[in-house]
Write a protein that binds this ligand. Structure first.
Ligand SMILES: *[C@@H]1O[C@H](CO)[C@@H](O)[C@H](O)[C@H]1NC(C)=O
Ligand SMILES: *[C@@H]1O[C@H](CO)[C@@H](O)[C@H](O)[C@H]1NC(C)=O
Length: 343
């Protein structure tokens, strides 16, 4: 427990000397000159901000504060539950001297009921502590970049120098209003994720060549025709084209596009990388027209990639259109597959 506080104290001191030393005194002087509320007043050395939202784990409000405001012994709150563990808020209104809290308010969160935890337990916590500013109706939020690791030796973490007493007690600041003060805590347990999404890109996966013969080419209409769907990787794909041309290729060229469709059952549905060689087969020889494309296909089916000109219409007769039919081929050279696996 003391170990944890000590570490924190060393870090605080280092931070103080490196970044805040001179400006703190400057700000204090300004504050003394005009004691109206000054948002840049000496609020302490940890990163802090004012926020409107109430703390999510615990609020302790003490009325008749003047009765106890000079006491040095800590106030221990009732047990509360947060993120599946039991905790108490520990408050020193005149500072915890053993933790450099002279002339400050000190506030900690202690983990409770640790007997029920397995031996060697560790709980990493993103910890935020709060002082309510009744005048602003906002919570001064004190935090620290590093997560706090609770374990058997360090059952208490917090801030010896939560807020300087000079600021806290200054009636113009608004932390003590109607003799009442309020503190809070927000505990977020960082539980490391156990599974991860692993994306692999397969080269030349099985069954990666699809052929599509189109009959009665000369009688096709001015619309998009689709092939049947074929499965490569975890996803169904299809080819499609408008025989009368599309986009800048219209009407003098023949387009061809690859469409990503649905996923096979139980596939992990993510964007899919698809790199494809598109070919228009040369039916009287071995000189196909070629195009290629590669892209992330979105999850939503129907996205397409391809070309608006795989062949000029006037070249079709050179062995590509035979007995009024053409043949497209799609060779899926790379396809991504996503799996959920242990980290
Ligand atoms: C102090 O600040 C307040 C508001 O910021 C201003 O209205 C007031 O005149 C100031 N007083 C002095 C003495 O500068
Ligand atoms: C506590 O505060 C209430 C009003 O908020 C007051 O009536 C009561 O006398 C106070 N008690 C003491 C011990 O000051």
């Amino acid at each position: 427990m003391e170990n944890g506080r000590w570490n924190l104290r060393v870090i605080c001191l280092a931070f103080f000397f490196v970044t805040s030393f001179s400006s703190e005194f400057l700000i204090q002087q300004v504050t003394e000159y005009n004691s109206s509320y000054n948002p840049k007043a000496n609020l302490g050395m940890h990163p802090r901000e004012l926020r409107t939202e109430r703390p999510s784990s615990k609020i302790v409000t003490i009325g008749n504060f003047s009765v106890v405001m000079e006491r040095s012994e800590p106030y221990e709150s009732s047990v509360f539950e947060a993120s599946g563990y039991k905790w108490r808020l520990i408050l020193y209104v005149t500072g915890n001297k053993e933790d450099g809290g002279n002339n400050h308010v000190s506030l900690y969160v202690r983990i409770e009921d640790t007997e029920s935890l397995p031996t060697g337990w560790e709980v990493d916590v993103d910890l935020k502590l709060f002082v309510f500013n009744a005048r602003q109706r906002k919570y001064l939020t004190i935090t620290d970049q590093a997560a706090k690791r609770y374990n058997q030796e360090n059952r208490e973490w917090g801030f010896g120098q939560l807020i300087p007493l000079s600021t806290f007690r200054n009636p113009n600041q608004g932390f003590i209003v109607q003799n009442t003060v309020s503190f809070g805590a927000e505990i977020f347990v960082i539980k490391p994720v156990e599974q991860q999404e692993r994306v692999r890109i397969l080269s030349n996966p099985p069954d990666n060549v699809f052929s599509w013969r189109i009959l009665h080419f000369s009688s096709l209409e001015d619309r998009i025709y689709y092939s049947s769907e074929f499965l490569v990787g975890d996803r169904f794909w299809r080819l499609g084209f408008n025989p009368k041309g599309e986009g800048e290729g219209r009407p003098h060229a023949i387009p061809i596009f690859l469409y990503a469709q649905g996923f096979k059952p139980n596939a992990v549905e993510t964007s899919t990388w698809g790199a494809v060689n598109l070919r228009l087969r040369h039916q009287l020889g071995s000189n196909p027209k070629r195009a290629s494309s590669a892209a992330w296909y979105p999850i939503q089916p129907g996205h397409r990639e391809g070309v608006s000109n795989i062949i000029l219409r006037k070249d079709l007769q050179d062995g590509y259109l035979v007995r009024d039919s053409i043949v497209f081929e799609a060779e899926m050279v790379r396809v991504s597959v996503t799996n959920i696996v242990p980290v």
